[in-house]
Ligand binder design. Structure first.
Ligand SMILES: [Zn+2]
Length: 82
């Protein structure tokens, strides 16, 4: 189990647009890449927050942890509505 790093406000760091690759269950999280690095994006108020920015393998561990936690909450709620 990987500890999820702190969320921080998302700021694009490259002149190229970020690439959204995958949406998690309920669109809770977005798997993105920018400039060869990967990270997880989530909506926060009017903007976005990101976490886990890094190489694919490391960022993907954070993604897996977050999406598994999301799935656990579904199982606890025994419902598709969170
Ligand atoms: Zn869901």
């Amino acid at each position: 189990m990987t500890a999820v790093p702190a969320w921080e406000p998302h700021r694009p760091r490259s002149p190229r647009p970020i690439r959204s690759i995958e949406l998690s269950c309920c669109s809770a999280y977005e798997w993105c890449s920018e400039g060869g690095l990967y990270f997880v994006l989530r909506r926060a108020g009017d903007g976005y927050e990101e976490t886990g920015r890094g190489i694919y393998a490391r960022a993907r561990e954070v993604w897996d942890e977050l999406t598994e936690e999301h799935a656990r909450r579904h199982r606890l709620a025994k419902s598709k509505d969170l």
